[in-house]
Design a protein around this ligand. Structure first.
Ligand SMILES: C[S@@+](CC[C@H](N)C(=O)[O-])C[C@H]1O[C@@H](n2cnc3c(N)ncnc32)[C@H](O)[C@@H]1O
Length: 207
């Protein structure tokens, strides 16, 4: 089966995520800025990098290596068009995170915001563990379940509805257990509540 993300035009994704009843594009942009400021990585990898939401925070900083990975080649192409000139040492990869292999022990930071909801958690976590340098950090943003709100908010952008049967919210305690089994240490957890009522958690795990 084709990955449903391949069927969502970028304009629909960004329109949906920035709609007044969603507001997640802005939240994720701010979270990425906070992560960069708090962790000051020299080498980083962004999983599910879309068209580079938040990548403007990478401009004019000295990074040894910045990698962005996304399955949607149109998102990757747009990200390249916007940022390849201005973000030093940027490499953009169009690939399925369930399949891709990277070199071990290369990143100070792996940033994974709202991506574990769409992949094989155990498999990706064990790969991230290997991709991180010893002492490197995985920053994760997970969407928390809500009794009153649907996992995929309703907006005018119909194509996004294709995610409804596919999204699988990840229980933070279960996620922590999986990460700890691999040897990742949970360092800090911050809850984020939007005015829409949706709640998220940002967690740092250190290798
Ligand atoms: C909710 S968005 C991520 C938001 C983004 N991290 C941010 O901070 O704004 C999910 C992204 O993951 C990508 N994606 C979903 N499944 C994927 C997979 N198996 N491999 C690679 N990318 C995937 C989608 O194409 C989409 O761009």
């Amino acid at each position: 089966m084709e990955n449903p993300w391949l069927q969502i035009p970028l304009e629909d994704y960004e329109g949906h995520m920035s709609a007044s009843n969603v507001q997640q594009l802005q939240m994720l942009d701010e979270v990425f800025e906070v992560v960069l400021n708090e962790l000051s990585p020299k080498s980083l990898c962004v999983l599910g990098s879309t068209a580079g939401n938040g990548f403007q925070h990478l401009i004019q900083n000295a990074y040894d290596r910045v990698v962005g990975i996304d399955i949607n080649f149109k998102y990757v192409a747009e990200c390249r068009a916007w940022f390849i000139q201005d973000v030093p040492n940027l490499q953009l990869i169009c690939a399925d995170l369930n399949e891709i292999e990277l070199t071990d022990s290369v990143f100070d930071l792996v940033h994974a915001a709202l991506i574990f909801e769409y992949v094989d958690v155990e498999k990706l976590l064990s790969k991230i563990y290997k991709w991180l340098k010893p002492g490197g950090v995985l920053s994760v943003v997970l969407q928390l379940p809500s009794e009153s709100l649907s996992a995929v908010s309703k907006t005018q952008f119909i194509s996004v509805k294709i995610l409804e049967p596919f999204i699988k919210l990840v229980e933070p305690d279960e996620f922590r257990k999986e990460a700890e089994k691999l040897g990742l240490i949970c360092e800090e957890e911050t809850e984020i509540k939007l005015s829409t009522g949706k709640r998220f958690v940002k967690v740092y795990f250190k290798r």
